[in-house]
Design a protein around this ligand. Structure first.
Ligand SMILES: Nc1ncnc2c1ncn2[C@@H]1O[C@H](COP(=O)(O)OP(=O)(O)OP(=O)(O)O)[C@@H](O)[C@H]1O
Ligand SMILES: [Mg+2]
Length: 228
């Protein structure tokens, strides 16, 4: 029986047979403002609060205080789970070697859940796409060997729709290397179907296939309905 890790997104676990596969590496892709960081914060907060699981949030974009303040707006008070969740802020152009410090952090803290937000920003300063893809490959391979469940966010111009040429990630390799691919959509026009989440792939999981409506409200992300 496969062990499942709850995402902490109300309604979403049902769409993926109970949660993410234990020890899997999952790509969370979407355009700007689609909710990638909120989803990631919710994943770690829920893990700590409901399951007493440790979480490591590696942020390349927003400093710890900003992320915590945003989370608090949704009722995720990370100060209350400060022993369980650790934030590490690495401004991308200051990172020389990412993998060694990452491995050290993981060995020391032993998290059950890891977020890297975002993988795109992390590899952006590298010289060319060859180096970026090599680094992405190294990070994903490293995470796969570790005993933790991870979410890596990826920024794409438009959430995998026709306008973006159907791209699911920035460099086009991330989704093949990861075990799961979750897309976040935002139309920006209002209405119930304005935001959606779509599971494009999840290994070992008979998941819901189409877009599922979701909202970002006062308690964070909530999935509205799930078709089976
Ligand atoms: N309190 C709130 N209530 C409802 N919606 C909110 C609230 N706070 C933020 N949002 C929505 O969430 C969006 C930000 O979500 P988030 O930061 O998770 O996006 P992201 O995908 O990480 O974006 P980026 O690519 O900029 O990192 C805002 O643009 C807004 O639409
Ligand atoms: Mg973000």
């Amino acid at each position: 029986m496969i062990k499942r890790i709850s995402t902490g997104i109300p309604g979403f676990d049902k769409a993926i047979k109970g949660g993410l596969v234990d020890n899997s590496v999952n790509l969370l892709s979407g355009g700007t403002g689609t909710g990638k960081s909120i989803f990631s914060l919710q994943f770690l907060f829920n893990g700590a609060k409901e399951f007493k699981e440790k979480g490591l949030y590696i942020s390349l974009e927003e400093p710890e205080e900003q992320l915590k303040a945003e989370a608090k707006e949704f009722g995720f008070d990370f100060d209350k789970v400060s022993k369980k969740v650790k934030f590490v802020y690495m401004p991308p152009y200051g990172v020389v070697n990412f993998l060694d410090p990452l491995i050290r952090q993981i060995e020391r803290f032993k998290p059950d859940r890891i977020v890297i937000d975002s993988l795109t920003a992390l590899v952006m300063p590298l010289e060319d796409d060859y180096e970026r893809k090599k680094e992405i490959f190294g990070i994903i391979q490293t995470l796969k060997k570790l005993k933790c469940t991870s979410i890596l966010t990826s920024e794409i111009p438009n959430s995998g729709d026709e306008e973006s040429g159907g791209k699911f990630s920035r460099f086009g390799v991330e989704e093949f290397l990861c075990d799961g691919l979750i897309l976040l959509h935002y139309a920006g026009i209002g209405g119930e179907s304005d935001r959606a989440v779509r599971v494009v792939k999840m290994r070992q999981t008979n998941h819901t296939k189409g877009p599922i409506s979701m909202t970002i409200g006062k308690s964070g992300i909530r999935v509205l309905k799930t078709k089976y």
